[in-house]
Design a protein around this ligand. Structure first.
Ligand code: 26Y
Length: 797
């Protein structure tokens, strides 16, 4: 990057304001200043970006393309400044102009083109890929509306559109009209024999979409490497304007990149979703193949220069789409095309929940992507032919791509690629032993584990500047570029002065969160209380409800004995429920009504507070995570593939309260059994219940009076305004046999919560544990995770 001084930044910044807004700094708004600074950053990185791209082309470097239907970067300003190594310099330059950098940060909108873990992981990888110097680019969709904005009205979740994209575009992106490609959907396809005997597809009545890319620079940490995240938008091609004569026709096309995950309850919603998936995959692959073709190497060896990653099954059509391009456009034989395609493709599974294993009705598939349907049919036939007679017929029936008129996208991804990975050790084990065991029999060599990681610079240096400064003081600044140096903190765990310093930092972070809650909800929070946090999507398996049951128990204890002293606690929840997920929405209503009840009950003497934080997103996480004392990771064992907030909390010194699930197990291995609080059934105990069909929640309820009282609180009027929701929950727990084993795990959970309350009284012991978590969090850096993908799956390093 060019050499920068404070003076130069000041001069350039003023110039930007003049040129773009015709305004002097003193009169500019935070929005204008943010845009001016962002444009300046783009300008500064441009030489690196161009150089890195040229280098890849010139050296013909193998490149990985991460295909994902979600990216969840949050804000980019601070990360970009930090990675460029100009954070402090810019902060000082702005201060000279009487501008607070944080006001500019506040002006940036969160880019929330994702739902949760999977999208956030994709963005952590976008940060880590350039950081390790790997040629790895993202490929996704430029949604006009990201994940909905959550409002809580009368305790209920209300979803509003998240119009994150300013009308003149996102300041970080660059539109690349010259790189647009056409994507064909609908119509009929016939195979017509050519003179040489080959069959060529002829299309009729297709609809042609114009895919226009927007590129967002992804800046490596202090290494002058800049990669690219390419997001596709749809336009109506001028050439085919007549195909879309009415406004309604046009709108239907624009809808394709309108919203992340349109409601798929209707056939129309489903079509839109399928079109989104194909649109992104086809536009991405056409571009990739074109740039490979420019190298002048044989198409049959494309796998030597290109790796395509299928992030969950949404981009699984990458397999038949690459086959289509190689066969139809480059005349490769099926076998040759298949050999290279399977070496190009790799797939990550992010869930064991059967409802999330994507399937499409063959009829719909055939209607929307007729040529892809033909190719999938051939993939299926070839698969059956390959394995017939070699393994039991039943195995083939369960693993083939087309079954009972449905296309199984996970099967397509596994058969069509060379690598299948889970996202934590236990998750990968479960894939092998249970969910994908038939595939493991066929292709054991494809399976591998890549435990998730997080962009640690964001979750420490940016989100927790006070802790970062303290770390600098104790262990030097080396940890900022090599996060494994955090282990140096191990030497100070028992030093009371340093413990106290970390305690002070935590308290200051708690105060910031408390101020936010006061400002947004008018609730006063005691910061000497334990800040106990559960933030993640709302889902039955994540068991927010178990947390609620413990709160009800504490409430009942305090009401029974008004003189009772407990370690004061503030319980924080942040969670969005899928718009059509009824049960999850009822849990949100219950939490809000319980919060209302508890927060206004003076007889509790401020010992208990409950806060539901509206519209949980990446930016809010940056405020919450540094303020947590306790990190709730309480999913039913075997259900949470990995979890990644668990790693963020650990890095910020929270104590993990967890089941032996997902990456919690690896956190336990990292910090030792004494430094994590584990409760409840493990995966084997859960699976034993499945095998024996012997779980009986009613029996547990009948035999445990304390638990019964808690469960009955949902229906006996304890929690106001929740008559309907209370019965729904009671039914789920008792009438429908408690699918996620809350009742069985309840007693142990309560006991371990009591242990945490005791532990918190000993500030030194608590801080030693908090510091041990920080010291051992280095292994969860996504820089290391992505290095393993780069070496072991993609072969790009
Ligand atoms: C097909 C559709 C129903 C679908 C939509 C979203 C399927 C899956 C998803 C998203 C899954 C997801 O976010 N999974 C999470 O991925 C994280 C990153 O690997 C994990 O840490 C987390 O445990 C997992 O729930």
């Amino acid at each position: 990057m060019i050499h920068l001084t404070k003076e130069k930044i000041i001069e350039d910044f003023k110039m930007r304001l003049h040129e773009d807004f015709m305004i002097q700094n003193a009169e500019a708004t935070a929005d204008e200043r943010f845009i001016a600074l962002a444009k300046l950053i783009k300008c500064y990185v441009m030489p690196d970006w161009l150089r890195h791209r040229d280098e890849i082309v010139k050296e013909q470097k193998k490149t990985a393309y991460y295909f994902s239907i979600e990216f969840l970067p949050g804000k980019m300003l601070q990360t970009n400044l930090l990675n460029l190594g100009i954070y402090d310099l810019v902060q000082e330059a702005l201060a000279d102009l009487d501008v607070d950098l944080m006001d500019l940060v506040a002006a940036e909108r969160d880019m929330a083109l994702g739902n949760g873990g999977l999208g956030r992981l994709a963005s952590c990888f976008m940060d880590s890929l350039p950081t390790i110097g790997a040629p790895g680019f993202g490929n996704g969709i430029r949604y006009k509306y990201g994940l909905f904005k959550q409002k809580i009205v009368n305790g209920y979740q209300v979803e509003l559109p998240d119009a994150w994209l300013p009308s003149d575009g996102n300041v970080w992106e660059t539109k690349k009209p010259h790189a647009a490609v056409d994507v064909k959907i609908y119509g009929n396809v016939y195979l017509v024999p050519q003179e040489n005997g080959d069959l060529k597809p002829v299309y009729e009545n297709v609809k042609t979409l114009h895919a226009v890319p927007y590129d967002i620079t992804q800046i490596g940490f202090n290494n002058n490497v800049v990669n690219n995240l390419r997001l596709w938008d749809v336009e109506i091609p001028e050439k085919y304007e007549l195909d879309y004569p009415t406004l309604a026709d046009r709108r239907r096309i624009e809808d394709i990149t309108s919203v992340l995950y349109p409601d798929d309850a209707t056939r129309e919603g489903k079509s839109l979703r399928l079109i989104q998936e194909y649109f992104m995959v086809s536009a991405g692959l056409q571009t990739i193949v074109k740039s490979y073709a420019k190298m002048g190497l044989p198409m049959a060896q494309i796998h030597e220069k290109v790796a395509v990653h299928i992030n969950d099954t949404h981009p699984a059509m990458a397999v038949p789409e690459l086959m289509r391009i190689l066969i139809d456009d480059y005349n490769l034989e099926w076998e040759v095309a298949w050999a290279t395609t399977t070496q190009v493709m790799s797939y990550t599974n992010h869930t064991v929940l059967s409802e999330a294993l994507e399937k499409w009705d063959a009829d719909l598939f055939k209607e929307i992507v007729p040529r892809i349907y033909q190719i999938v049919g051939e993939i299926d036939r070839q698969f059956v032919k390959t394995w017939a007679g070699k393994v039991e017929a039943a195995i083939i029936d369960r693993t083939r791509v087309i079954q009972n008129g449905q296309i199984h996208m996970a099967n397509l991804s596994i058969i069509g690629g060379h690598s299948v990975n889970g996202v934590a050790k236990l998750h990968t084990e479960l894939l092998i032993e249970d969910v994908l065991k038939d595939f493991y029999l066929l292709y054991p060599e494809k399976f591998n584990n890549k435990t998730n990681g997080i962009a640690q610079r964001r979750w420490s240096q940016i989100a927790n500047p006070d802790m970062s400064a303290l770390l600098d003081k104790q262990i030097g600044k080396g940890w900022r570029s090599n996060v494994h140096e955090l282990s140096k903190l191990e030497a100070f765990l028992d030093d009371p002065t340093i413990q106290h310093d970390f305690y002070q930092v935590k308290q200051a972070n708690k105060q910031r969160l408390a101020d936010y809650v006061k400002k947004t909800q008018g609730i006063d929070l005691p910061i000497h209380a334990i800040f106990d946090v559960q933030v993640k999507r709302l889902h039955a398996y994540k068991r927010q409800l178990l947390n609620v049951m413990h709160i009800i128990k504490l409430y009942q204890d305090l009401k029974d004995d008004p003189t009772l002293d407990i370690t004061p606690r503030v319980f924080f929840f942040g969670a969005k429920a899928a718009p059509g997920y009824h049960f999850a929405k009822s849990v949100i209503k219950i939490i809000n009504e319980l919060a209302n009840l508890i927060n206004h009950d003076e007889s509790l003497r401020n010992q208990l507070k409950v806060v539901f934080l509206e519209n949980y997103n990446v930016s809010l996480a940056e405020l919450i995570v540094p303020a947590a004392d306790v990190s709730e990771q309480i999913s039913t064992a075997g259900k949470e593939a990995s979890g990644t907030s668990n790693m963020k909390f650990m890095l910020n010194g929270a104590i993990t309260l967890a089941t032996l699930d997902g990456a919690n197990i690896e956190i336990k291995d990292a910090v030792g059994e004494d430094n994590i609080v584990i409760f409840g059934m493990d995966k084997d105990a859960v699976y034993d219940h499945y095998a024996r069909h012997d779980y009986n929640s009613r029996q547990i309820y009948d035999n445990n009076p304390r638990l019964k009282r808690v469960v009955d609180a949902f229906t006996d009027g304890t929690i106001p305004n929740t008559h309907y929701e209370g019965y729904e929950i009671w039914d789920a727990l008792i009438s429908y046999n408690d699918e996620y084993f809350l009742l069985e795990d309840f007693d142990d959970y309560v006991a371990k919560q009591a242990y945490i309350s005791e532990l918190y009284k000993d500030k030194n012991a608590w801080q030693a544990k908090a510091m041990k978590n920080i010291a051992n969090s280095g292994r969860f850096t996504s820089d290391d995770t992505i290095e393993l993908y780069a070496r072991e799956i993609w072969g790009i390093l």
